[in-house]
Design a protein around this ligand. Structure first.
Ligand code: CAO
Length: 433
């Protein structure tokens, strides 16, 4: 015994107008229960509409672009066996007039048993997935779910490779790959690139290839700049006494000895402060939920070389004397300038110092050498009049710039840390305590 059954839009909540995005059946098709017959979409959701009967499609009443609502007739299906329709499928009464096709404002089709709930399939659109913007992208709920799991807003994918521009899972994958290649977060929040400029109208130019070190350093610095919330704090240390001591030590040196530079005292003062502020001798775990506290004290020194910036590391600074560190720095900076540093010479740093003091400067904002959490910048010491409460006295003041990862270091902690570095440099006898 054959029977004509209707497929209608089920109860979809209080949504007045639902867009028909895609119709997946045509007259003469054989459909099975649960097979998707159409994709519907509201401003916030998308749903696959499954068939509630096994049989052959007699008539289809909707087309893409139509607006439908709960109860709208989608199609009629001729069912040859009574068991081939869900109990929810609505049999059409013999005398029922032929329903009108849906137009812009869906008219109620004339059927004998229009109860909307009767045509709701058992597995009524279980997957209703929100889109973050207009919801106009054409994608199945499964694709939307996949996109959402990857943090992709499907509305950002402008054209799908499926039928009629439908977005497929492969389109989502392609989008993510492209976003990663371009260094853009999968959320779709892209960083606008700097447009190329033709300089030829302004004069002669020459193309100079960047050295490998410069290219790698550039990539690393951009990564850090984009990933770390950086704060730079400025301080001044009175190094008058320290400098007098350093000069007296150097006066004792004989020809050929490595001269002690102020940088070595700064290295020592920094490590002494790190021992009291363990957060500065740490790295954030990859999941961003813990701090990896280091029990060793290795300091990287940024060295300017003809090929670009390199950072050899002075290891176990806390166990070495000023003389030992002086020799090690002289050796490593020479190797750096000759391009002879081994990768191991540049690994394992806990914090870095970038000193421009030999060149000049009053302040700058160095960029943290991640996964380290802080870097100390040094510029040129200058004799300055300092008020001692009674009079101005000449003091040698050293400008210091501390940049830190604000996810790990609080502002007050940064200021206290620098007060300690300043105290050590102001009175280096304290390094013995
Ligand atoms: N204030 C005043 N004078 C300073 C000084 C400071 N803060 N720092 C160094 N000087 C003096 C030194 O005492 C030395 O003077 P003398 O020749 O009279 O003894 C002179 O400047 C040269 O010092 P130096 O730079 O050779 O030695 P250093 O130990 O201070 O630094 C090194 C070593 C390797 C850090 C340095 O040579 C270097 O390469 N600096 C550049 C680092 C850099 O590029 N940073 C930028 C990174 S971000 O792009």
């Amino acid at each position: 015994m054959t029977q004509l059954c209707e497929i209608r839009v089920p109860d979809v909540g209080n949504v007045a107008e639902i867009d028909v995005v895609e119709v997946l059946i045509k007259v003469g098709d054989t459909v099975e229960i649960e097979q998707t017959v159409a994709t519907l979409e509201t401003d916030k959701a998308s749903m696959d509409l499954p068939s509630s009967a096994n049989g052959s499609v007699q008539e289809v009443f909707i087309k893409p672009g139509d607006k439908v609502s709960e109860g709208t007739l989608i199609a009629t299906v001729l069912v040859s066996d009574a068991g081939s329709a869900l109990t929810t499928a609505t049999p059409v009464a013999a005398e029922a007039p032929k329903p009108e096709p849906v137009v812009e404002k869906a008219p109620q089709p004339v059927v004998s048993a229009p109860a909307p709930s009767a045509s709701v399939p058992v597995s009524a659109p279980a997957v209703i997935i929100e889109t973050s913007t207009t919801g106009k992208a054409h994608a199945s709920p499964a694709t939307r779910l996949f996109a959402r799991e990857l943090g992709v807003d499907v509305s950002k994918i402008t054209l799908g490779t499926g039928r009629k521009g439908r977005i497929l899972k492969d389109d989502v994958k392609t989008y993510v790959k492209k976003a990663l290649t371009e260094g853009v977060a999968g959320t779709g929040a892209g960083i606008p690139s700097i447009p190329a400029v033709d300089f030829s109208p302004f004069g002669e130019t020459e193309l100079l290839k960047l050295s490998k070190i410069k290219r790698l350093t550039g990539q690393n610095l951009s990564r850090v700049w984009l990933n770390l919330p950086l704060v730079t704090y400025h301080e001044e240390a009175d190094i008058t006494e320290m400098e007098a001591f350093r000069n007296s030590l150097n006066a004792e040196k004989v020809k050929g000895d490595a001269k002690i530079t102020g940088l070595i005292f700064i290295v020592k003062a920094l490590v002494a402060a790190m021992q009291q502020f363990p957060n500065f001798n740490a790295s954030l775990s990859p999941d961003g939920e813990s701090l990896i506290l280091k029990k060793y004290y290795n300091i990287g020194i940024a060295v300017d070389t003809p090929n670009g910036l390199v950072v050899p590391v002075l290891r176990n600074v806390n166990t070495k004397s000023i003389n030992e560190l002086t020799l090690e720095l002289a050796e490593k900076s020479e190797k750096a300038r000759l391009g002879k540093l081994m990768p191991a010479d540049m690994q394992g740093g806990c914090m870095t110092i970038s000193s421009l003091g030999g060149i000049g400067g009053t302040a700058f904002t160095p960029i943290v050498n991640a996964p380290e959490v802080a870097i100390l910048g040094v510029t040129r010491a200058k004799m300055q009049p300092v008020w001692n409460g009674k009079e101005f006295i000449p003091r040698l003041m050293l400008p210091l710039d501390l940049t830190y990862d604000h996810r790990v270091i609080d502002g007050a902690e940064g200021a206290r840390f620098m007060a300690m570095v300043k105290q050590y440099l102001g009175d280096i006898r304290r390094l013995l305590l």
